[in-house]
Design a binder for this molecule. Sequence first.
Ligand code: ADP
Ligand code: MG
Length: 239
Amino acid sequence: MQKLEQLYEGKAKKVFATEDAALLIVQYKDDATAFNGKKKGTIAGKGVINNRMSNYLMRRLASAGVPTHFVEELSERETLVRRVQIVPLEVIVRNLSAGSFCRRYGFPEGVRFARPTVEFSYKNDALDDPLICLPHIFAMELATEAEMADIRRYALQINALLSEFWESCGVTLVDFKLEFGRLPDGTIILADEISPDTCRLWDSESGEKLDKDRFRLDLGGVEDAYAEIMRRLEEHEKA
Ligand code: ADP
Ligand code: MG
């Protein structure tokens, strides 16, 4: 499958058309942004890691019955995916307190919740992706009630599957962000990516951060953390 014209360049990926109108090619970049683009940089090799990790995890989810956009890995940085109309929401699942949850509520980091939480942000860079509630999602007709029920169910199913997988790699899945989209027939599927850019991943023993927070918070060792989390995943893949 050949890349045709570039349709979009996002913060982390470029999106290209293909000769098949139902398929797109996403190309992962090393560009890193944080705090809705206010902080910019690069993380050498990140695009290669995120591409491979996202594809591996989406294949696992698909085999457990979660529909995803993944079709085929084309190269180190490029993947063929099913084209969807993105639901303009960031779907955030949390198992432990971190990040904006702690800032918003003045709550300590690293507290495990009795049950996971699911929340939504309105995907809108100009507005800094504000937190949004279901009534407002329905008022703006961003998604229907039936679609939100599917999205919530998939988000919790994905959390259960990924939490168990990462725990077997010695990693705690603290929280993560998903994006869903609609196929032409209206079916909701998982799209975008699952990577250290979009997940908080802490070493289960030491609590060391092995994700984009090392970049966001200037903790150093950013490239090493991405390499380490990929190493853990590959070790599991071999076992
Ligand atoms: P952003 O700057 O919005 O985070 P990214 O660089 O992460 O963008 O990704 C590029 C864009 O591709 C995003 O807007 C994302 O929603 C979109 N996208 C991801 N998967 C698909 C897909 N299967 N079909 C259509 N668009 C997609
Ligand atoms: Mg993105």
